[in-house]
Every structure is written in structure tokens, then in C-alpha cells.
Design a binder for this molecule. Structure first.
Ligand code: HEC
Length: 147
């Protein structure tokens, strides 16, 4: 009787040890996947596009230049007009628009970006300087936006 109790106890202890080991591995993998998610990678690539092609007008801080270049940081245009924003970056934009109650009447030329680069730079601008947009822009979504 004592022997059976002892081996049962041993089994429970061993099983207990195994369980903790098995739980530790998936936890680490989940953290790793989060850091390298496609969304995060797209935002990182978009930061490079932004620096090279957008920051001279919209500025590195996304605030634009008063009366000439509208802001992207906190821009209600960018937040409320998702498809129009994609179209503007893909094909260019001109004529009067109102951003955060201020009127701009300028010209943004098309920059010849691929659908992938447009998606990346949109994901960056929509998730920088306090902007937050959970739904990722994909190259397919950009491809579906026509002139
Ligand atoms: C040569 C200057 C210039 C460059 C470079 C430029 N923009 Fe613009 N952008 C403008 C102007 C000017 C407007 C407003 C056009 C109008 O008045 O119709 C604008 C408007 C916008 C808008 C819509 C309005 C708003 O503020 O939300 C978005 C979004 C935008 N730009 C994103 C970008 C992105 C992303 C890039 C880089 C890929 C870029 N722009 C590069 C000048 C520029």
C-alpha cells in the first residue's frame, strides 16, 4: 500500500514538472510572433518610405507646415477618409480640402509608389504620432483603389 502511494506521488510530481515545461515554450513563441507580426513589419518599412518621400512636406513629426502642407498627426482627413487617403498617396491630390478645420488648396504629386509601399507608408502614418488604426492596410486593398 505504502509503495503504491509513493509511486503515485512520484508520478504526480513528474507530471507536474512536465506540465510547467510544456507551458513555458509556447509562451515565448507567442511573444516572438507579436514582435514580428506582418503589421509591425509593414509599419517599420513604412517609416523608411515616410522619411524618404513624405517628411520634407509633412515633416518628421507629421505636423505639416501651416497653410501649405496639411498635418498627418491627428488629421481627421486621414482618420475619416481611409480610401481617399490611400487614393491621394497612390495617384496624387489637388484642390481645396479641409483638414482639422483648416483649408488647404495645394498639390501633392503622385510619387510612383508600388501598392506595397503605399500600404506600408499608410500603416506607418496611421499608427504614428498618436494616430491609431487597428485595421492593417494591405497591398490588395491599395490595388482595389482606383483613380
Ligand atoms: C511636395 C510635398 C508633399 C509630399 C512630398 C507629400 N505630400 Fe501629402 N500632401 C501635400 C499637400 C500639399 C496635400 C494637400 C493637397 C490639397 O490641398 O489638395 C497633401 C495631402 C496629403 C494627405 C491628405 C490630407 C491629410 O493631411 O490627411 C495625406 C494622407 C498625405 N498627403 C499623405 C502623404 C504621404 C503618405 C506622403 C509620402 C508617401 C506624402 N503625403 C508626400 C504635400 C505633400
Amino acid at each position: 500500500m505504502g509503495k503504491i502511494c509513493y509511486s503515485l506521488l512520484l508520478m504526480i510530481l513528474l507530471l507536474g514538472c512536465n506540465n510547467t515545461k510544456q507551458q513555458a515554450v509556447p509562451d515565448q513563441e507567442i511573444t516572438k510572433n507579436k514582435i514580428q507580426s506582418p503589421f509591425k513589419l509593414s509599419i517599420d518599412r513604412g517609416a523608411v518610405v515616410y522619411k524618404n518621400l513624405c517628411s520634407q512636406c509633412h515633416r518628421p513629426n507629421g505636423k505639416g507646415i501651416a497653410n501649405n502642407y496639411p498635418p498627418l498627426a491627428g488629421s481627421n482627413w486621414l482618420t475619416q477618409k481611409r480610401l481617399k487617403s490611400i487614393r491621394a498617396v497612390k495617384y496624387g491630390l489637388k484642390g481645396a480640402i479641409v483638414v482639422n478645420q483648416k483649408q488647404y488648396d495645394g498639390l501633392m504629386s503622385p510619387m510612383g509608389l508600388s501598392n506595397m509601399q503605399v500600404a506600408d507608408v499608410m500603416n506607418f502614418t496611421m499608427n504614428s504620432w498618436g494616430n491609431k488604426q487597428k485595421e492593417m492596410v494591405t497591398p490588395n486593398e491599395v490595388a482595389s483603389v482606383k483613380k
